[in-house]
Design a protein around this ligand. Structure first.
Ligand SMILES: [Zn+2]
Length: 77
């Protein structure tokens, strides 16, 4: 078995968006694929993305990410 890290480039199909939600203040942002890759890098893993994100509202670092249009496992609404 080989561990395959999920990188943005592979994780996000064209037209999909990353939904980022701050667990502390519930502020939400939606980044289209192009913006996410420009800001974070196409090789950033999904884990690295969560570590790097800082909430613009409260400065919180505990962000939740979802990939819209991807597997339903990411959508526990
Ligand atoms: Zn926040």
């Amino acid at each position: 078995m080989q561990t395959v890290f999920e990188i943005l480039e592979r994780r996000l199909a064209a037209g999909e968006v990353v939904v980022i939600a701050c667990k502390a203040c519930r502020r939400q942002a939606r980044w289209p694929r192009d913006k996410a890759i420009t800001r974070l890098g196409g090789w950033a893993t999904t884990q690295a993305v969560r570590r790097r994100l800082i909430c613009a509202g409260c400065g919180g670092r505990d962000a939740q990410t979802a990939f819209k249009g991807a597997t339903s496992a990411y959508f526990a609404a």
